[in-house]
Write a protein that binds this ligand. Sequence first.
Ligand SMILES: Cc1cc2nc3c(=O)[nH]c(=O)nc-3n(C[C@H](O)[C@H](O)[C@H](O)COP(=O)(O)O)c2cc1C
Ligand code: SF4
Length: 485
Amino acid sequence: MWKPPQRIKFHSQLGHPPSAEQAQASRLFSPVSVGPLTLSQRTWVPAMVPWRSNDEGWVTEDVLQWYGRFARGRPGAIVIEATGIRDVPSGPLLRIGHDRYVEGLQRLVQTIHRESQGHTRALIQIIDFLNIRRRPEPAKFFERFLRITPRLREALGAQDWSEEAVRAHLSQMDPGQWPTVLDAREWEALHMGARERVTDTQWPHIQELPQVLPALFAAAAGRAQQAGFDGVELHYAHAYTMASFLSATNVRTDGYGGGRAQRIRLPLEVYGAVRQTVGPSYVVGCRYLAEECIDGGHTLDDAVWFGEQFARAGMDFVSTSRGGKFDDAKQPGVGSSAYPYTGRSGYECMPQYLSDEQGPFGRNIAATARIRSAIRAAGLDTPVVCTGGVHNFDMAEAMLERGDCDIVGTARQSLADPDWALKTSLGLGHQVRLCEYTNYCEGLDQKHKQVTCQLWDRQDLDEPGLRKSIDGKRRLVAPDWNPPG
Ligand SMILES: Cc1cc2nc3c(=O)[nH]c(=O)nc-3n(C[C@H](O)[C@H](O)[C@H](O)COP(=O)(O)O)c2cc1C
Ligand code: SF4
């Protein structure tokens, strides 16, 4: 992962854990309305892909155990990881693209409700993403994948060569010359792996995204409702299709790109279709980027305006993130795919303890606060969820007190200690296992390996019946913690 050049070390702190009485009187542990739903407290576990599903996208026993463990910490809400709305092979990513997934998802909802003793609401994040290929071996790329176009022939002065001769010539060329003869996309396909963009309107399946996606998202949301989820979160963030429509880099000319009113058009149409399917009294919100954090990306001004439009359209919540784009991702190894959390924008999304003067904690707060103020100034009370580097009661309470947000998201802190909020609410905050922001978990995610936390994954490995990682070396869920009494 990219790290700020300053490499200043930051250490997370417990702060001043409240007594049980102080916790009970706090904002963090007070209820909040999200549309028609009430969360028992303002803690929220944002979506995190843990690679616990299988190649068919099912809810497996490991998926149930993973979310059951978070639920025992009784946060206000858990958002299930990015779950694919299409019924296409997607590796071990959860899927909701067909009715056959409903039954497994039902068990997942029941697990969260049961393990939290009814305290935690279960939402699911639904996602669409475009195709990305692994970085190819150059020899294979020139032999099989590259299309030999008239432009390429001209660049090589090879108009009358056979196709085989062109391919062989490219393969044997000094690699330093490749970028001088390949065009930008061909070069990207070779040194990063080919990646589709929403602006590739020369391809019918990309051109027709605005016609196809509303129905796909709506059907997926309908299945989420059928499975008993308390709500859905539309994934409009990071490197994926819907965020790419919102992005300032979206220059489509069909009315779905260019100015911000055109860029938000599809996200609003998707929301409209979802709302029509699930009805007025079902929770629907979105996660989107307060800042894209890439050169030429959308600015906070755009995000403030988007937030206001989402709220005006009737979304029940908006949840913010930042960065996490392919545009500045590092070159992957041959045979691997680019990972959108390896560049500066990736750092902004999941900042780690080696940082700049600003540090890794709360980097998304100021931007989110501006979005929330604009929504309030528009006379709307849509709750806003803010996530990023939050790991103790003091921070969370201060965010709520200042009015930066209404709900506090903690991803890695919840992974490090799924009971952090429960311990804090009971006046046992000094027992919280603090996330150290080393990004060991994110490194596993990058390799599509089962995600665990280094603070607990080697503990009590001899526990009877314990489920372990594929290599048998790590436990898959945090050891249980039993509240006193
Ligand atoms: C292993 C892992 C998987 C993640 N998967 C998702 C995801 O599926 N959807 C999403 O919106 N964000 C995802 N994120 C980002 C987190 O939700 C969160 O925004 C980010 O980690 C910053 O918050 P934190 O500092 O509290 O960890 C993931 C983060 C991690 C560490
Ligand atoms: S591995 Fe654990 S301690 Fe390290 S960043 Fe991830 S959650 Fe935090």
